[in-house]
Write a protein that binds this ligand. Structure first.
Ligand SMILES: C[S@@+](CC[C@H](N)C(=O)[O-])C[C@H]1O[C@@H](n2cnc3c(N)ncnc32)[C@H](O)[C@@H]1O
Length: 176
């Protein structure tokens, strides 16, 4: 199996992990695993700080194109890890396949300290924010990988949360 790869630069991932590290005790969540590159950073942090890590992806690529601002087509990123490969790469994590948040129903996910959202499209961002909002702990952080580069993601975050904070690397996040 190949090593995890990321579409995100190492400097951005380092900053994301540094912010996640400072959040109060609670679970780490990623929605949008693809080839596991960003998940690897969260996995190392979860191991070090003995936190639960939940990794969500369809593992079949983008599930929706519903909004005029959406830049991707259904099925884009279907060349990522399979569910089985992700389980093998991240044996200490809960690796959940399916369309989020339907895939999370029934999980004991009510103490989220850090959520990395990297799902590209408007509806996926709206649904993830809506599901996780009441599950974030005080001081928890939601990090939006696509706010600065994909209009569908920006639209969803602005509409559902308001104007997020900006990290030194230019990525946006929301502190609860
Ligand atoms: C740009 S990739 C993630 C990149 C990855 N974080 C990295 O480090 O390179 C976006 C991923 O989001 C997933 N995705 C998008 N919407 C989703 C949803 N509603 N539920 C589950 N996975 C979703 C896609 O399957 C795809 O693998």
């Amino acid at each position: 199996m190949n090593a995890p790869e990321s579409l995100i630069s190492a400097s951005v991932l380092r900053e994301m992990a540094a912010l996640a590290r400072q959040t109060p005790p609670g679970a780490l969540v990623e929605v949008g695993v693809y080839r596991g590159g960003s998940a690897m950073w969260l996995s190392e942090l979860a191991h070090e700080q003995m936190r639960e890590l939940y990794l969500f992806d369809t593992f079949t690529g983008i599930p929706y194109k519903t909004h005029p601002d959406d830049a991707h087509n259904v099925g884009d990123f279907s060349d990522g890890l399979t569910h089985e490969q992700a389980i093998a790469l991240f044996p200490e994590a809960f690796v959940v396949a399916g369309v989020f948040p339907n895939s999370a129903v029934g999980l004991n996910l009510d103490h989220v300290a850090f959520a990395h959202l990297d799902v590209d499209q408007y509806k996926s961002y709206c649904d993830a924010i809506a599901f996780l909002y009441s599950r974030m702990i005080d001081g928890g952080i939601m990090w939006f990988d696509d706010y600065d580069c994909l209009p569908g993601a920006k639209h969803a975050v602005d509409e559902r949360l308001g104007s997020p904070r900006i990290a030194p690397c230019g990525k946006r996040y929301w502190r609860f």
